[in-house]
Design a protein around this ligand. Structure first.
Ligand code: ATP
Ligand code: MG
Length: 625
């Protein structure tokens, strides 16, 4: 399956000298080569920095589909994320800055955090929860949500965070799928200054799927039912006497369901050992985080970015991690920049959907705050349109910092393809395979497609922080390896690789357009549209067409101040024709107030398509309302 690239990618931004000089990894090529030539040496060198109660007998036993890392070793990720610091020189260092939506904040040191986690973990043990038990966490983005995760990890229980805001069905499905023994739930989350009730969803889900224990984090003074277990009572009533329970390196740390952009979410399993080693490695080498940095991932604990890069990797590495509950543009569109300036954030991790929102609000917001400490913005989750890259580089960083695209998936745990700060950026291309990763672009027979052509993105070898299986569904796990011949992992995305080895993500393989014999990824057309001044956001789909097979239909959200007129439509069509040529020109444009998205902010094209052709849209449980 060859795919045509229609978007020219000609602008290259050289790396910034100041950033290259201070980089944690200065010789990327050498680093990469060693990771490929000597993976055992490479990963075990990094793993030495951690505490293992039992050493490994071999670094890996790694052949797709199944792979194991640090075989025979025992550890607990919280021994490394908490005790290693709380018992050492970082005891009084700020581990977490918890920011509320009104921008007030609370700081927790490593010693304080360990104390809270240890108390809560003792509380969980007092309920009979222990190694291997599964716990659903349905909590707002709060310190309590993070304590819940770390406490489960500490006692060897397996957590599964469900984004607070998922509906009854999604919550009940996940309780059932992992056979949860307990649910830790909040009563409200805060969004745009208002409490959003979660209790209704919890009661609804528990009615369908009862569990042994429910622990409530009540922030509102709502009526409580008798005998209800309160989150803060567990903390208050227990001593900080729960040491981390050593578990096998391959013991599951958590199950996290994928975003559901393309269908039913999959329960991805990550483990204590390899996940700790791999995600922390990329925090240092790819995100280039230093010991004294303040680091902010604007995600939520409900997503993989929140697991790996709000919670685990920054704490494992003993740095200061920031989170903020609520909408990034509330109380006003400059809130995110106000918080960045106030806490002197050095490295930020955000999503294309957020950048597009900032663009829509306008450059005056970042520009009216002192963002001089910010040197890196990493962006992942969807294709980062070149226009969004340029906007962030110019208007947020004022060309004094770097924007790095990075591609990965819930399944992969951490950055997999990306542009290291020592390399030139090519907006529109995610970058190159990162250390430990071997990636290729192939056709359905597994043969490499020529450079510049699109095909299926596959990974040729495992790495420590890649998922181990799909929870209770190893057959589903094996499907990732059945798509393409050879023992390779199919990502489900289409991509192309250029002469320099840079990989561009062209879209989901399910969404590929097929116009007059040309197969085109959605990202190229959407990126061309977004260059137009009138366009804030767009999604394209193929609709059946008698002659061409498919014609392109574009859904467009306009920038403030633009009108959905005939003239706008004409101008957009003409613009895409000039940018991409006649093949990729939309034959229809529909203006929308907003696009359907998952709760994690990803455009769901399959819903637009189903509406258009009258098909069943499939699983919509993760859709934003
Ligand atoms: P599901 O697998 O349930 O359909 P999902 O794939 O959206 O949901 P995630 O694991 O959250 O679930 O997202 C991973 C996907 O996000 C990737 O497969 C890719 O399509 C997209 N993605 C992530 N980062 C990038 C990036 N930097 N550029 C382009 N696409 C990206
Ligand atoms: Mg996916």
């Amino acid at each position: 399956m060859a795919i045509d690239r229609v978007l020219e990618q000609d602008v290259v931004y050289p790396p910034l000298d100041d950033l290259v000089d201070q980089a944690n990894v200065t010789d990327f090529d050498a680093e990469y080569q060693r990771s490929i030539d000597d993976p055992a040496g490479f990963w075990s060198d990094w793993a030495q920095r951690f505490e293992w109660t039992t050493p490994w007998s071999s670094v890996f036993d790694a052949q797709f589909p199944h792979h194991r890392w640090f075989v025979g070793a025992k550890t607990n990720i919280t021994a490394n994320a908490l005790d290693r610091h709380a018992d050492g020189p970082r005891a009084d260092k700020t581990a977490i800055v918890a920011v509320n939506e009104d921008n007030s904040s609370t700081r927790y040191t490593y010693a304080e955090l360990r104390n809270l986690v240890s108390r809560f973990a003792s509380g969980l043990q007092s309920l009979g929860i222990g190694v291997g038990d599964t716990v659903i966490i349905y909590m707002p983005l709060t310190i309590e949500g993070i304590i819940a995760m770390l406490a489960c990890a500490r006692i060897g229980a397996i957590h599964s965070v469900v984004y607070a805001g998922m509906g009854v069905g999604a919550l009940a499905n996940r309780i059932e799928d992992i056979d949860a023994k307990a649910v830790i739930a909040g009563d409200v989350s805060m969004r745009r200054g208002k409490p959003v009730d979660l209790t209704g969803n919890v009661y609804g889900a528990l009615e369908e799927e009862p569990v042994d224990h429910v622990i409530w984090f009540r922030r509102e003074t709502q009526p409580q039912s008798k005998g209800e277990i309160q989150f803060h009572d567990l903390i208050r009533d227990h001593e900080p006497d729960c040491d981390p329970v050593p578990v096998d390196a391959e013991h599951p740390l958590f199950v996290l369901y994928t975003s559901g952009s393309t269908g039913k979410p999959k329960g991805v399993v990550h483990v204590h050992g390899g996940y700790m080693v791999g995600t922390s490695y990329h925090l240092r080498s790819f995100f280039d985080v230093k010991d004294d940095d303040v680091y902010w991932a604007t995600s939520d604990i409900g997503w993989i970015v929140g697991h790996s890069y709000i919670v685990y990797a920054p704490l494992v590495e003993g740095v200061t991690t920031v989170f903020r509950e609520g909408a990034p543009d509330h109380p006003d569109p400059g809130s995110i920049w106000k918080v960045s300036a106030e806490h002197e954030v050095n490295v930020m991790f955000t999503a294309p959907t957020a950048i597009r929102m900032f663009m829509k609000h306008g450059e005056e917001y970042p520009q009216s705050h002192d963002l001089s400490s910010l040197r890196l913005i990493a962006v992942a989750g969807e294709p980062l349109n070149p226009e969004a890259w340029r906007w962030a580089f110019t208007n947020i960083l004022e060309e004094n910092g770097y924007v790095v695209d990075n591609w990965w998936q819930t399944e992969l745990g951490g950055p997999t393809i990306g542009t290291p700060i020592t390399m030139s950026a090519k907006p529109g291309a995610a970058g190159v395979p990162l250390p430990g990763v071997e990636a290729s672009v192939v056709d359905a027979d597994g043969m490499h497609v020529p450079r510049g052509k699109g095909g299926l993105l596959v990974l040729n070898r495992p790495f420590p922080h890649m998922m181990r299986t799909i929870w209770d569904n190893d057959a589903r796990y094996k499907q990732y390896f059945d798509e393409v011949p050879g023992d390779v992992y199919s990502a489900g995305d289409v991509a192309s690789m250029d002469e320099d080895g840079y990989i561009s993500i062209l879209g989901r393989s399910d969404d590929v357009l097929n116009v007059a014999g040309h197969r085109i990824g959605t990202a190229d057309v959407e990126s061309a549209l977004i260059v137009h001044d009138a366009v804030a956001e767009s999604a394209v789909i193929g609709i059946p067409h008698e002659v061409k097979g498919e014609a392109i239909k574009a859904f467009v959200v306009l920038m403030d101040g633009y009108e959905a007129t005939e003239a706008t439509t004409k101008s957009l069509v003409q613009h895409v024709r000039t940018e991409l040529g006649p093949i990729a020109t939309p034959s229809e444009i529909e203006f929308r107030e907003k696009l359907p998205k998952t709760r994690s902010g990803k455009i769901v094209r399959r819903l637009l398509k189903a509406e258009e052709v009258g098909d069943d849209p499939g699983d919509l449980s993760t859709l934003e309302d």
